[in-house]
Design a protein around this ligand. Structure first.
Ligand code: 4AD
Ligand code: MG
Length: 433
């Protein structure tokens, strides 16, 4: 809320009483001129307000500056509220005082523009109605993740971004020249989280992760925000429950706090209402059976491709948890299921649009097995000795998962491309602006 004499947010002015005085500041979203009138639709972070400037109430200088103020000029004004059914929120301001803070140059973004042009001008496009709505939902998603884990008794813990190892495989790691030595940008917090559970037991984070993915798809970023959790004394069922709980809490929060944004972005709120526990669970082997019934044959041992994930997900109105992938094709730290050694104790959560939104697993305690795997991948063991230490000093069963925050936002808002789920996307082709 605003202090007396200070400009009010448009959203609160829209609810003011007829005839009450208002002071606003913001940007020119649209203008229209007829006779002695200038209509300015003013935009601020909270909404849009029609403001009417009448030459009978303003000085010639004020009318002249309103006339010259192009789109996106920043302005301050004062006036009184008047009901008007033709105005966007049913109310308008009859302006009594008007000042341009900065006359904008001709704004380069007009109506019909290519995705590439909008990405090149991201620094300007970010103020669009579309991106503003997405950024507000993103804000809610981040808040909901913190709420969920803190409510569940997790500590927030931070891991380093500069690391000596590639936890998720060498092919997608960014190299950094670290004073003449080799270092990497973190793909995950996981190895450090596994150290920290011995202090804090239940931990989570939201941090940037980096993947040098040579895939330009609608769901890959090279820099993304990663919500991760790790629990001591926990197994596959515990992390599956938390993944389900966190995702459901995020969806509920977005419905509660951003219904207007969800609708403005063209997403059907009923899609979000459906997201509640329990989520369906399938083993990888069962997923293959399902695919076969749907006419897609996948040999046991092959990782699921996007089209197959989409085919599985389309059977459900909420995310589906697929567990027990073949151990052979999984990261080195995913252990075998003692009851079925060819299967790993791991899970992926697939959204109804077929994207992997969560990946997690139990953590292997078998140092020899991990050593073999890493050696086969050409990793240098000295970098992992500290990690193996964790299995020596009071080792406990533990598990964790990572959630791609942009994958969540993309799915919740049904965005065509993940690039719109992050303010300044980094992809294979783009590191600017
Ligand atoms: O499945 P991933 O690779 O798992 C891990 O990194 C584990 N160490 C996490 C853990 O157990 N703590 O990544 C986790 C999630 C994926 O499910 C996906 O949602 C997201 O991170 N993700 C990406 N999001 C956007 N762009 C990319 N290139 C992504 N790669 C992974
Ligand atoms: Mg994964």
């Amino acid at each position: 809320m605003s202090r007396p004499g200070q400009p009010a947010p448009i959203s609160s002015a829209l609810h003011g009483d007829e005839g009450s005085p208002v002071k606003l500041h913001g940007w020119v979203h649209r203008t229209r001129k007829t006779g002695g009138l200038v209509f300015i639709v003013l935009r601020d972070s909270s909404g849009l307000m029609q403001c009417t400037l009448n030459k009978k109430r303003l000085t010639p200088e004020e009318m002249d500056s309103a006339d010259k103020a192009l789109l996106e000029s920043s302005v301050e004004l004062e006036g009184t509220l008047k009901k008007d059914d033709r105005a966007p929120g049913g109310v308008e301001v009859q302006v009594a005082k008007f000042k341009v803070v900065n006359f904008a140059d001709r704004f380069p973004i007009t109506e019909q523009q290519s995705e590439e042009f909008l990405l090149d001008n991201r620094h300007l496009w970010i103020r669009s109605q579309k991106l503003t709505a997405i950024l507000k939902v993103r804000h809610t998603v981040f808040g909901a993740i913190h709420e969920y884990f803190r409510r569940e008794g997790f500590y927030e813990f931070q891991s380093p971004i500069l690391t000596p190892t590639a936890a998720e495989g060498g092919s997608t790691v960014f190299n950094v020249d670290y004073f003449g030595k080799k270092a990497f940008l973190a793909q995950t917090w996981q190895l450090y989280a596994e150290a920290a559970i011995f202090a804090l037991e239940r931990i989570y984070t939201i941090a940037p992760s980096f993947r040098a993915e040579k895939s330009s798809t609608s769901r890959h970023l090279t820099e993304y925000w990663h919500a991760e959790m790790e629990v001591a004394w926990g197994g596959l069922d515990d992390i599956a429950k938390h993944a389900e709980g966190a995702v459901s809490h995020i969806a509920r929060s977005v419905l509660e706090k951003n219904l207007d944004d969800v609708k403005a972005l063209g997403q059907d709120p009923r899609k979000l209402e459906a997201i509640a526990p329990p989520f369906p669970r399938l083993k990888y082997a069962e997923a293959l059976d399902l695919l076969k019934k749907q006419g897609m044959e996948v040999a046991w041992g092959k990782d699921l491709r996007t089209i197959e994930e989409r085919e599985i997900a389309k059977n459900f109105d909420r995310p589906v948890i697929v567990t027990h992938y073949p151990k052979e094709i999984m990261a080195f730290y995913k252990p075998a299921d003692p009851a079925s050694p060819k299967e790993a104790l791991c899970m992926d959560m697939l959204s109804p649009i077929g994207t992997e939104i969560v990946g997690g697993s139990v953590r292997s305690l078998d140092v020899e097995d991990m050593r073999k795997r890493l050696e086969a991948e050409g990793e240098s063991m000295e970098n992992y000795e500290w990690y193996f230490d964790l299995r020596k000093y009071g080792s406990v069963p533990h598990a964790g998962f990572g959630m791609g925050v942009e994958r969540m936002v993309q799915w919740l808002l049904n965005l065509e491309n993940i690039k719109d789920a992050i303010p300044f996307p980094r992809t294979m082709e783009r590191v600017r602006p």
